[in-house]
Design a protein around this ligand. Structure first.
Ligand code: ZN
Length: 236
């Protein structure tokens, strides 16, 4: 299991070492093939600590930029660490159009923080997004949101200890300093809870009303056509 750039063969990976990851463009977990690799001669001359490479996604052909740390320099090769940093992370998606305008703006920024691995900025933006959603829901909105969030905890069987910081962030607004610091795992839970609560409070209702409106429209059209057909003798 190694990855190196050699003077003789360019990029060399271990035999059973195919490269696959979630593409930041198409979101598919796809095979990635090297598209652009720096020359070993240049690396050996300047000896940088990190090396950038471009891979191509097999599913959508987009270029994917990765950064590897150098493990060691040999005489004619550069050995790299297996782990890499993705310079563009997959974007979190949401049916934004169903949200009230202000909530929509805040959630977009919250999810951008999450995709950039800025988990505490994400938590702060979740609080602002939640406050704007409570306001948009009107009287009793916060209570309704609280019930949805508690139901989510129950369905997902998340223990109280993990869940406490999430409840604090969403419902104990006041002093910004009081917000707990989140790690990657807690931020992931907050992300899913946040999406679920906004889905239950806005998207579900929006989708359902839209679907029922469309169904009414087609039923009325069909009735009109039937009426016209029975009123016109040529149509018989
Ligand atoms: Zn892709």
């Amino acid at each position: 299991m190694s990855i190196s750039i050699t003077q003789q063969h360019g990029l060399v990976r271990g035999s059973d070492d195919a490269m696959a990851m979630e593409c930041p463009y198409c979101g598919v977990f796809a095979h990635m093939r090297p598209q652009s690799t720096p020359s070993a001669a240049q690396l050996l001359k300047h000896r940088p600590k990190h090396v950038g490479m471009v891979y191509q996604c097999d599913a959508c052909r987009a270029p994917v930029f990765l950064r590897f740390a150098v493990k060691r320099y040999a005489d004619d090769a550069v050995e790299l660490y297996q782990n890499f940093v993705e310079l563009e992370r997959p974007k979190e998606r949401f049916a934004y159009s169903y949200l009230p305008p202000q909530t929509q703006v805040l959630l977009r920024e919250a999810l951008a923080c999450y995709s950039g691995n800025n988990f505490n900025a994400f938590a702060s933006m979740c609080r602002r997004t939640a406050l704007s959603a409570f306001a948009a829901l009107g009287e009793g909105g916060k209570l309704r949101a609280f019930e949805e969030v508690m139901a989510a905890q129950d369905i997902a069987e998340i223990d109280d200890e993990t869940f406490l910081p999430i409840k604090t962030i969403l419902f104990e607004s006041g002093e910004e300093d009081d917000m707990p610091l989140l790690n990657r795992v807690q931020a992931g839970v907050l992300l899913e809870v946040m999406k679920d609560f906004l889905y239950q409070c806005f998207v579900r209702r929006g989708k359902l009303t839209r679907a029922i409106k469309v169904r009414h429209f087609f039923t009325r059209e069909a009735e009109n056509e039937n009426d016209q057909a029975s009123a016109s003798p040529q149509a018989v």
